[in-house]
Design a protein around this ligand. Structure first.
Ligand code: ZN
Length: 331
């Protein structure tokens, strides 16, 4: 009898519509049509993890998309959103969850991981009153204080996330401590106690995997890895989900806004920052480019063994081709 390795732990992943917004192509990709604007989704994902011996899965949402109520945004955010019209707010994440027609509603969500806290990803956290929020290091400081002239505090909501239900991931590197990026906020004991039944933050540590220098095994079984993916905004993280023995899904958030950049057909656009310099949609364009290179390298490194599907939050083409993978369907 041959000895066979145990099958890897897997999760199920379903896409959710969580609103749409409109992006001018010239701000996002090189060699753009200066007039072209595309209305694109801000995708959310339901990830379900069933631990051995349990009957109820732990349910996690990755990103919450656009707020249903525009008045939930600050006036500065609303001024920015005015440049992204049309914005479609229905169905939002919660409506899409309920429209799945199963018994799963917002009160059944245990965890929410935000790739980052831009307005089109934070959604309506108050809908998820049972959930604990997990965000990249520095995120709560960013919400409170902003960061520098391009990211002033009024572009964020300082009370966006409930402090007693929010856990910031550990610092990725000691280097982060000395830099001017937003400081880490230690999670409260109440937030840590909430996730103790199914997560063990005491064992969390950033470890390399293939081309990624820093991944964090969320459940300790390899089924969901949080991937440090710097460049777009402080605390930006991605999620690598194993959905089958030979299939990964890589949820890329805003690592890029247009999959043509990942495919190498386009580059990251640069435009005037209004201060005599150039900027991109990323806080650190070079770091964002390095993150994209690592993602491409990761996919290549497993080619032939494990297939990796990369999905970025604003990919309208993927949405159109994969309607059957939206909740209650699965990837
Ligand atoms: Zn963003």
């Amino acid at each position: 009898m041959s000895v066979r390795e145990a099958s890897p732990a897997v999760v199920t992943v379903s896409a959710l519509d969580a609103g749409h917004l409109t992006l001018p192509e010239r701000l996002f990709v090189t060699d753009a049509d200066p007039e072209k604007r595309a209305t694109v989704p801000s995708l959310s994902f339901l990830v379900q993890h069933l631990a051995p011996g349990r009957t109820r899965p732990t349910r996690l949402l990755f990103d919450l998309g656009v707020k249903r109520d525009i008045h939930g945004y600050t006036s500065s955010q609303q001024a920015h959103i005015a440049q992204r019209q049309p914005v479609i707010i229905s169905p939002d994440c919660t409506e899409s969850l309920l429209a799945g027609g199963t018994a799963v509603g917002p009160q059944d969500i245990d965890l929410v991981i935000l790739s980052h806290v831009h307005w089109d990803h934070v959604g309506t956290p108050s809908d998820f009153s049972s959930a604990t929020f997990i965000v990249g290091s520095g995120t709560l400081g960013l919400l409170k204080h902003g960061d520098g002239p391009l990211y002033p505090a009024d572009l964020f909501n300082d009370d966006e996330l409930p402090f007693d239900r929010t856990v910031e991931l550990p610092l990725v590197s000691p280097f982060d401590v000395g830099s001017d990026r937003p400081k880490q906020t230690q999670p409260s004991n109440s937030a840590l106690a909430r996730i103790a039944p199914y997560l063990n933050p005491g064992t969390w540590a950033w470890k390399p995997l293939s081309t990624f220098p820093a991944t964090l095994d969320l459940f300790g079984d390899g089924s969901i890895l949080v991937v440090d993916s710097p460049g777009h905004l402080y605390g930006h993280v991605n999620l690598l989900c194993r959905i089958a023995e030979s299939k990964y899904v890589y949820l890329g958030g805003d690592c890029c806004h247009d999959p043509r950049i990942l495919e190498g057909d386009k580059g990251i656009a640069l435009y005037e920052d209004g201060r005599g310099g150039l900027r991109s949609v990323h806080v650190d364009t070079q770091a964002a480019g390095a993150t994209l290179d690592r993602i491409k390298g990761f996919v290549e490194s497993y080619r032939g063994t494990i297939e990796t599907e990369v999905i970025v939050a604003h990919d309208g083409v993927w949405r159109g081709l994969n309607r059957h993978k939206f909740w209650p369907g699965t990837l």
